[in-house]
Each structure stands twice: as C-alpha cells, then as structure tokens.
Design a protein around this ligand. Sequence first.
Ligand code: DON
Length: 309
Amino acid sequence: MDRLLAPGVLEGLAERARPWAKQGKTAAYIPALSGADPEVFSAALFTVDGLSRTAGDRPAAFTLQSVSKVFMLAYVLEQKGEERLFSKVGMEPTGEPFHSLENLQFDAYAMPPNPLVNAGALAVTGLAEGKDLEEKWALFQAFVRRLAGKEIAFNREVAESEYEHAFLNRSFCYFLKQHGIIEGDVEELIALYSRQCALEMDCLLLARIGAVFAGSGRDPETGKGLISEKTARICRALMASCGMYNASGEFAVKAGVPAKSGVSGCIMAVIPGRLGIGVYSPGLDEKGNSLGGWKFLELLNQEYRIGIY
Ligand code: DON
C-alpha cells in the first residue's frame, strides 16, 4: 500500500498547510468566485489502483477553472491528434501571467505559447468537435463524466458570471481569429470555455481524475482505458512545465510534481505511476495559484519526497 495512505498522513499535512490558506486572496476578476470562504481547506489522494484518502473540510465543491484546460487538452488530443493540436498552440512555458497579452506575441505564427495559458486554452477549446455550442458541450461533458466515473455538476452562475466578464479572453480570441488560429464564432467559443471552467467537483473526484493522468490513462477503479498513454504523458509534461503558470519553475523545485491550478483555488497534482492529488483552498497568491494548496504540496515533497526530479 502507498505510504501516503497511512493513517494521519494526509490530515497532518492538511492541518500544517491550513494557516497559509488564510493569507491568500480570492479571485476578484470573476465576481462569482470572489465570495468564496478563504478559510476552507480540503485535500484528497487517489491511487492508480483505486485507494483513496481525504482530509480537511468536506464536502467542499469548487469550479475547475483552469484545471479544465488539462481535460480539454486531453479531449482534443484524443479527437484531433498531436500534430493538428500543436499546429495551433506551442509547448513552451512562459514567464508571463496566464492572462497576459504578451502571450500572443511569441512567434511569427501568432501561436500561443502553450495550452495552459488562457490564449492557448482558447485555441485548444476552439478545436473541440460538434456542430454547435450545445453539441460541443454535451460531448465534452460526456468525456469528463467518463474520466470521473460519474455525473459531474456544472455551476451555471459561475459560467454566466465568467461569460459576462470575459473581456480579456474575448480579446485573445479576436487576435487568434485574425491570425487563423481560431476559426469559429468567438461568442460560441467564449461560452463553451466559460462552461468548461464552471464544471464543479470536490477534491476526491479531482484526485480520482488525477489518477487517470498519473497512470497510463486507465480508470483507477475499473482499469478501463479512458485516454491513451501518450495523451496522459503529454498532459503530464505540460502540467510540469506550464501548469502553475509563471511560477512553474519554482513549483518544480519546491513540490516537484506535474500540477495544474485553477483560480477558484483548486490544484490537481499527479505523482506519475502512483496517484492523483486534489487540493482546494480559495485564497490565491499574486500569480493566481492557491496558497494553501501550494504549501500542502510543498510539505508533501519535503516530508515524503514525492518529487520526480
Ligand atoms: O479564463 C479565466 O481567466 C478563468 N476561467 C480561468 C483562469 C485560471 O483558472 C487561472 N488559474 N490559476
């Protein structure tokens, strides 16, 4: 049995990370997120062979926000393949914040640097299959449902709040459309992206999906193949290099595992071949990563050497 499953391990680390949670600030630029209780802290582990543990406040549901970028990346990789996807978006980390317009000036082709900053994620979502918004959304929801092994909630209020305030994301889309990276209707794309960001779950489910990406793309409970081994590997590599935005290098040094954060305060991390981790604490640092979540993963590396480097 994985030693991280031993009694008290997760609870102990969660209680040590909790004080940091209070120092962060909730995301203000999406009004529906700004009211979250910054004192909440919860965490979960899920191994690639289906064992799990939870700690902290439960049940705490949150919207995925940027963590959904990894799921959409996997979905489009499975649908369109590596070559087509990386003809629209690069694979390089950036020192710029996730919503920086600088992320558009990267190369002669106007390609966003990677699929995990907003401009790159919009380019990826722009490739999702379906004849209209509702069909695209239904197909993507079905994919996430397969990853989760159950029905996934969707927070309409957060999706609408984001859709109404997505001025910067709209400007990325118009730039990318001008350069042929995005081909469809911008409003439809913003609506689909706002919905993917508003998928809602708790840490246990996030850890379970993390376990799919930690392993070879298999369902941790049934062993059924959900995504290819190659898709899981590409997602891990991009999480490791770009998943914590312009703090990805520091996070690699301190926590040492592939991870993706969302501005709601969640982080999905994976220990390759072992397990997925979900952690949630809505107070963010200045780069948009959960402060408590970061500290929890850093402590996990300090105490149990989870890092892969
Ligand atoms: O598009 C946005 O700005 C948000 N829906 C998601 C950004 C995000 O989660 C950045 N993460 N730390």
